[in-house]
Design a protein around this ligand. Sequence first.
Ligand SMILES: [Mg+2]
Length: 219
Amino acid sequence: MIRALLFDLDDTLLDHTGAARDAVDQWCRELGLPEGQHARFAAIERKWFQAYERGEVSHHGQRAARCREFLGRNMSDAEALTAYDGYLSAYREQWRAFADALPTLTWALESGFQVGVLTNGEREMQQAKLEATGLALADVHLIPTVDLGCPKPQREAYLAACRQLEVDPANTLMVGDSLANDVQGACKAGLRALHLDRAGEGDLRSLSALREVLPQRAS
Ligand SMILES: [Mg+2]
């Protein structure tokens, strides 16, 4: 029986891709660079974030590396992080939850599930995202893997999240947009998992569909 739901944050509860696309355009305008570079930005972001997830660079290190590569400039980490603040402030202005996020979290809590948000982003930014988008509900536990020292898809990330929620992995369902981080990694750690694919072919097309998958109350 499922007693706990763990949600990914970016591109699951919050429209990270849409926010990043608009933020990159705004940042480029401020820097006098051409707009429309989001695909290149996203490829660089993915490359360095995956290096972080493999333990090859620190969380701040991947930010600095992304900024250096995107701007094509030789900069110290401190200079790159300062420049990257331009992107981050534009990104913050664009944060928006998906329309089904708040109703789903509310339904999950009212149905008696333990609810957590398991994210590879750092606490300060992810907490600010939840607050800015109205998703910072009192009983929703934010579990940033940066605090745990082991990002998804490392097994310990899911097990530590289950310990924080005081539930067994077998009674926990992870939901997210990343097959590797939210589905395959979770299943290897003994959790159940569903792939959210808003465009098409995953287990769920929307978070609202969870109500049909989990008709029973948790308690
Ligand atoms: Mg995600």
